[in-house]
Design a protein around this ligand. Structure first.
Ligand SMILES: C[S@@+](CC[C@H](N)C(=O)[O-])C[C@H]1O[C@@H](n2cnc3c(N)ncnc32)[C@H](O)[C@@H]1O
Length: 340
């Protein structure tokens, strides 16, 4: 797509979403994705006016989500269409009830809107009462952690898919989930990880939220909380593994490196570190667009997607070995503290 075409679509983004939402709600995407399907059949099946449906399909085609597969000159109803594979599922994710895009849209991004130039110059920042990093008060803590928990789906899926590899032969494993949010990830993993105990390490203000999650799940005896500030103190010892899920990317490289060094220092030989976040690629950068924009006004949060190699370099620099990348919707990097 040329820059000109892309900008035209961006300018009409709100209308494009309306088109997509309509196609999803009407069930058109269900019919189009297996495709090909004739416009005449589509309009009959969904009781839609052919010429109007034709225009809607043009909109979907120029966004790049639908392609024409056949056309008889002059016969509108014979035009065949097919949706690009994955369109329906993506539309459900972005527009459906669990959309992280809708969730992020609730953040006060409008505070920056139209003020980017002065924000970039350092003359304006996100007002602290609208959003601070880390969250500044009970209201912000609760809203932020709830929003994080809402986007945990792919992370839970990845840990569950690798459960055998992560927890096998590790009866009584003690995991510290560093920056572990409100404990939702831990609570969701514990049923599939018998014998594993997970402590969430987080700022003390988050403890009531972790207590609530623990009460709501059947894991009270295996889910704990350790309050602390990883910037200000060493990480606690006596754990077999430590995980960082969507934590390291919040911090500049020197801080991320220090956190990995603290992890290395706190683990015994054979202890493992797990890093799970959206490692940088074009798709994930696109999904991260909201935060890249919103956090322009928040200097205390780096929001830096890094690739696997960057973390591998950091892990090796602090002394970890046996670096593995476990697959999933998001990957997990696992590394081990070797014997001296
Ligand atoms: C982006 S959230 C990720 C939460 C969770 N791991 C998840 O993926 O849903 C980052 C977490 O780091 C925690 N955090 C931020 N600064 C911290 C600090 N100095 N010490 C401990 N935890 C901190 C936040 O409270 C938050 O829970």
């Amino acid at each position: 797509m040329t820059p000109r075409a892309l900008m035209s679509l961006l300018f009409n983004g709100t209308k494009a979403i309306d088109v997509l939402q309509t196609a999803l709600d009407l069930g058109l995407l269900d019919a189009l994705e297996p495709g090909p399907v004739r416009l005449g059949d589509l309009s009959e099946r969904f009781e839609l006016v052919p010429l109007r449906l034709y225009k809607l399909l043009d909109c979907l085609e120029c966004i790049g989500l639908v392609e024409r597969v056949s056309q008889t000159p002059g016969e509108l109803c014979d035009v065949g269409y097919r949706a690009i594979a994955g369109t329906r599922l993506a539309a459900l994710e972005v527009l459906g009830p669990t959309s992280i895009e809708r969730d992020r849209d609730r953040y006060p991004w409008a505070s920056l809107h139209g003020r980017l130039a002065e924000t970039l110059r350092g003359d304006f920042s996100m007002p602290g009462e609208a959003f601070s990093w880390p969250p500044a008060d009970e209201t912000q803590v609760t809203a932020f952690e709830r929003s994080m928990a809402a986007g945990l789906g792919p992370f839970i899926e990845t840990f569950q898919a690798n459960a055998e590899r992560l927890w096998r032969d590790r009866g009584n494993l003690r995991l510290l989930d560093v920056g572990g949010g409100d404990g939702t990830l831990a609570a969701r993993l514990l049923p599939g990880a018998p014998g594993v105990m997970i402590d969430v390490y987080n700022l003390p203000a988050v403890q009531p939220l972790v207590n609530k999650v623990r009460d709501e799940h059947d894991c009270a005896d295996r889910l704990g909380f350790v309050g602390g500030d990883f910037l200000a103190e060493p990480l606690p010892t006596a754990y077999d593994a430590m995980s960082f899920v969507r934590v390291l990317h919040d911090w500049p490289a020197p801080v991320a490196l220090t956190l990995l060094q603290k992890t290395f220092d706190a683990l015994d030989t054979g202890g493992r570190v797990m890093i799970c976040e959206e490692f940088r690629n074009a798709d994930r950068l696109a999904k991260q667009f909201f935060w890249s924009y919103f956090l322009i006004g928040v200097d205390s949060c780096s929001s830096m997607l890094r690739d696997v190699e960057q973390y591998a370099d950091m892990l090796m620099a602090v002394g970890f070995a046996d670096i593995e990348v476990l697959p999933g919707p998001v990957e997990i990097i696992v590394a081990t503290k070797p014997s001296a």
